[in-house]
Each structure stands twice: as structure tokens, then as C-alpha cells.
Design a protein around this ligand. Structure first.
Ligand SMILES: Nc1ncnc2c1ncn2[C@@H]1O[C@H](COP(=O)(O)OP(=O)(O)OP(=O)(O)O)[C@@H](O)[C@H]1O
Ligand SMILES: [Mg+2]
Length: 509
């Protein structure tokens, strides 16, 4: 990929063409450099090719055709004579991505390169571009058309986390691997908190291999079954009406009763609903609010509360883990909430409850506390279940997170196989997109329309992404970059090797 690639033959605006040097390979999607005259550099991406020859005219083609026999074959030596030398050229069509001046500062395209400037592959000397791509949370290597270049790519967490992210790809495209690699980077970095709702309990066994896991990985489970898991306790006072409405559908009178119960009994509302008969609850509400609720209305609420109590094994005055989870996150830890053995209803309630607590806690912080608190990212798998077109309502906690959390240094990372199922309002708030292989055209079109960066020219690339390959588009990067995500095992091995000298250095002599 590095080295001389050709010479510029045409430029108009940000569009450029260059002739590919004989024996050189340039592929769709390759990012290359045009060397300007005064030490400035133009970064370009090839998106198409055409082949031109002195034989391209109709007379030339007819002449060559006359050399073929009745089976369309020709004497190879004779054909090589006609087509060889400089008679045929391959022209690459490319778009300028950005421009760096002689001092190494990066800008959006400002001018176009001159005729016959040299075009070459990227190398480690292109530090202005590479430092923008590198970030502080690495997840892969820059991909060229056919292979990978050993140039690391990542995102800057402080910029990207509060502006929300989306990871999209069909089943098996590498979404979970990417979340694990991101989590490993976070474990190594320690500057950000990460909360993963682990629906399949698939993260612990991999992340525990990270050298920093002992210090920075916390695992919670409602039913802990091994020593590494802490009991996830939910207190009666933790639950608010939004957590109940997230896990079942309610009629308007039921919603009304729910909010009235919480405002009349405050922190005690769940425990009172569970403790008292429906008739007594109805009397109490009638006494306090003057409204008469039917017993069927109240029974539904009581039934959902009862289900949650059973599922989370809640007890009066039982311990709550919410405080310790919030503290872990703000100290820059990775928190796994294992949900494999929790029902759909419990999962919805728990994810809503914890996310809402993070949001409330962050909103209530004083200025000084806010400065010290680390940004927190919440990973939500199969996000359309929470933020689908139907689920997106103004009192949905995740919808609130997407629209407000930026102010509080909290970000959402939605992971989904079918981005088209998500509400447009959610997609439009995701400022970093990780686009892995997507089989359905509808999903690709949706992302093309919603992405803040123009990815139309990468349509062919996106269509042909293999497992673990993706396009990353983030707000502050000047263009969407093709990336080969690290395989988790390889990435962890590198971390372990890097941690080794430090460990042996600390060991007593
Ligand atoms: N970057 C990568 N390099 C090499 N192999 C990878 C990479 N990413 C994923 N894989 C492999 O591909 C397989 C599927 O990956 P993964 O489980 O991450 O997919 P997924 O998108 O989460 O699928 P699902 O939607 O079914 O959960 C795994 O066996 C994994 O090892
Ligand atoms: Mg997965």
C-alpha cells in the first residue's frame, strides 16, 4: 500500500484523477496521498477506475478485433505487442478528503493539487491524518482495498461518548467482538465508565483476560452463581413509574393510577402496592386525590410490581446496588450487568432503571463534581426493542438519554442488526456510526441517509464488508474510514504483552 502509486492527471474541485503506475495496485476505497509542491499533502480516496488506451476508439477496437481468429482467440505475443508499453493506462478517480499544510495541520479541502503531482500510499509519516484517526480508544487498523495497513484507528472517547454511537451489522458481522474490543480499550484506558447490559452473558469470559480486569471490571447478576459476580440488588425505592411502563403496555387510566401512586406514596409506593389489597389502595387514592380507580386498573399495576419483586428477589429494606454501580462507572470502570437468566420484562425494567439512575445522578451533580466525573457510555444491545419506532415516546428513558444526556457526559451506544427499525430521531442523534456488514439494502439506505458524513461513495465498499470489517464515521473525523477491527484474542494478547514489562518491573528483586 505504501510507496509510489502514480501521477495526478486531472483535478476539479475536490475530484481528482490519477494515472496508476504500471505494476502498482490501487483498489476501491484506498486512501492515498498527493504530494503538493510546498510540503502540503492532499489525502484522497479512490472510488472508481477507468482504463484508457490509444486503441480505445472504434477504429482501434476494430483493428484489434481483426487480429482475433474465429474463436475470439489471438496470438498472445502479437496481442502483447499491441497492448504493451505505454499504450494502455488505468485512471483512478478519487475524491479529496482533507488537506494538511507544510506545518502538519489538517484542514478540510481548501484547494486542489497541481498537474502531475506524485501520488503515494499512506505511511507513518502522515502524522497529521493518523493522529486524528488514532483516538484514545483503539479498535482496529486502517483497511486498504485488499489488506490492512499497520496504522491504528480509534475514537476519542471524550468527544465521541457524549455524542452517542451506533454499531450496526447483520448477525455474525462482528458487533459483539467490536464491543469487546472497545471495552478492552476502555479497561486499559480507565478514563471512561462503560455499562454493558449483557443479554447473553458473553462478555465476562473474554474481558476477564485483560490485565486490568481485576481493578476495573465489575460484574453484577441478579442471581450470582460464581464468585466473580456481585449480587445485583434492587430496592423498592429504586423503582419509578417509568421502569414499570417500560416493561408492559398500559392504558391511560392505568398510567394515571401509576403516577398518582408514586406521587402519593413517594419512595414507598412499590412496597405499599405490594403490601395492601387493591380495595385499600383504591380507597387511599380516592382519599388523597379524589379520583376513583377501578380495581382492574390497580390489579394490573400490582401484578407487574409483583412479577418484578419475584424476579429481582426484592425484600423490604433489601440492599440496592444502584449506588455502587454509579460509583464504579464514574471511577472509569467497566460494569457488566448479566441478564441471561432474566426475563424480557425484567431486562426492560432493569435497563431502564439503571440508565435512568445514571441520567438523574449526572443531572444532579454540582459543577465541581461534574468536572471530576468520567464520561459514561451505556451499551444497549438489540436496541430496537427499546428505541424502535413504536417504543420511542417522550417518557421513554432511552429516548430522554439520547436527546439530553450529552449535557451530562453520558452517551448511549446502540447495537442492532436492523438500523431501519430504530426511530429516526434516535438515528439522527448518533454522531459516531460503526457500520459493519449489512445484508439488507433498506438498512444500508437508512444509514446512508442518516450518517453525518457522506458515505454514498462508499456504497460498494459497505456492500462488500466481510466479518470484522467496517466503516467508521464520527463527527470530528473528516471522512468515514474503512477499518479492520482487531480480533479480540489478538488484541488482548497485545495488551498482555504490553503489561508484562510493567508487571516484571514492579516485581521485587
Ligand atoms: N474483527 C474480527 N476479526 C476476526 N474475527 C472476527 C472479528 N469480528 C468477529 N469475528 C468472528 O466472527 C464471529 C461472529 O462475531 P460476533 O459474535 O461478534 O458477531 P455479532 O455481530 O455479534 O453476531 P450476533 O448478531 O449474532 O450477535 C465470531 O466467531 C468472531 O470470532
Ligand atoms: Mg453479538
Amino acid at each position: 500500500m505504501t510507496g509510489y502509486k502514480g501521477r495526478l492527471t486531472y483535478a476539479k474541485g475536490t475530484y481528482v484523477e490519477f494515472v496508476v503506475a504500471p505494476d502498482q495496485e490501487v483498489d476501491f476505497g484506498d486512501i492515498l496521498v498527493v504530494e503538493g509542491k510546498n510540503g502540503d499533502r492532499f489525502y484522497i480516496r479512490a472510488h472508481d477506475f477507468k482504463v484508457k488506451s490509444r486503441w480505445s476508439g472504434i477504429n482501434g477496437v476494430n483493428y484489434l478485433m481483426s487480429k482475433l481468429d474465429e474463436n475470439g482467440q489471438a496470438d498472445q505475443e502479437e496481442l502483447a505487442f499491441y497492448l504493451g508499453g505505454n499504450h494502455t493506462v488505468k485512471i483512478a478517480m478519487a475524491e479529496q478528503l482533507c488537506y494538511s499544510d507544510a506545518a502538519g495541520s489538517l484542514f478540510n479541502p481548501k484547494t486542489c493539487p497541481d498537474f502531475f503531482c506524485e501520488v503515494r500510499g499512506l505511511d507513518s509519516d502522515d502524522s497529521a491524518l493518523l493522529s486524528e484517526l488514532k483516538g484514545d480508544l483503539e479498535f482496529g487498523l486502517l483497511k486498504s482495498g485488499r489488506g490492512v495497513i499497520s496504522l491504528p484507528v480509534g475514537i476519542y472517547g471524550a468527544k465521541s461518548i457524549p455524542e452517542h454511537m451506533g454499531i450496526f451489522g447483520t448477525t455474525g458481522s462482528g458487533k459483539s467482538n467490536l464491543v469487546k474490543v472497545l471495552a478492552s480499550s476502555l479497561l486499559g484506558n480507565g478514563a471512561y465508565g462503560l455499562l454493558i447490559f449483557d443479554v447473553h452473558n458473553e462478555y465476562f469470559q473474554d474481558l476477564i483476560k485483560h490485565p486490568m480486569a481485576q481493578e476495573r471490571l465489575s460484574v453484577y447478576n441478579v442471581n450470582p452463581y460464581s464468585p466473580h459476580e456481585m449480587k445485583l440488588g434492587v430496592g423498592f425505592a429504586d423503582i419509578e413509574p417509568e421502569d414499570i411502563t417500560a416493561c408492559a403496555s398500559f392504558t391511560e387510566p392505568q398510567m394515571d393510577a401509576l403516577y398518582k401512586l408514586s406521587s402519593v406514596w413517594q419512595d414507598q409506593w412499590v412496597s405499599n402496592v405490594l403490601q395492601y389489597d387493591v380495595a385499600d389502595i383504591a380507597d387511599e387514592l380516592a382519599g388523597c386525590t379524589g379520583q376513583k380507580f377501578q380495581s382492574r386498573t390497580l390489579s394490573k399495576i400490582k401484578s407487574v410490581c409483583w412479577n418484578l419483586q419475584q424476579e429481582f428477589k426484592m425484600e423490604p429494606e433489601g440492599p440496592s446496588s444502584v449506588g455502587s454501580i454509579l460509583a464504579d462507572l464514574r471511577q472509569g470502570k467497566v460494569v457488566l450487568v448479566e441478564l441471561k437468566n432474566v426475563s424480557n420484562v425484567g431486562e426492560q425494567a432493569l435497563s431502564t432503571l439503571l440508565s435512568r439512575k445514571i441520567l438523574q445522578h449526572s443531572a444532579a451533580m454540582g459543577l465541581e463534581e461534574k468536572d471530576q466525573a468520567k464520561p459514561v457510555l451505556i451499551v444497549l444491545e438489540e436496541a430496537h426493542r427499546f428505541l424502535g419506532k413504536k417504543e420511542y415516546t417522550s417518557n421513554n428513558t432511552f429516548a430522554q438519554l439520547v436527546s439530553e444526556a450529552r449535557k451530562f457526559n453520558v452517551g448511549l451506544c446502540v447495537v442492532d442488526q436492523q438500523p431501519r427499525l430504530l426511530a429516526d430521531k434516535v438515528l439522527s442523534q448518533l454522531n459516531t456510526l460503526f457500520i459493519l456488514g449489512l445484508a439488507a439494502k433498506g438498512d444500508r439506505n437508512k444509514l446512508e441517509a442518516m450518517c453525518r458524513k457522506d458515505i454514498l461513495q462508499q456504497r460498494n465498499e459497505i456492500k462488500n464488508l466481510d466479518c470484522g470489517e467496517m466503516i467508521v464515521a464520527t463527527n470530528y473525523m473528516r471522512f468515514a474510514a474503512p477499518v479492520k477491527v482487531h480480533k479480540l484474542e489478538d488484541y488482548l494478547e497485545r495488551w498482555t504483552q504490553e503489561a508484562m514489562p510493567a508487571v516484571s518491573g514492579n516485581a521485587p528483586l
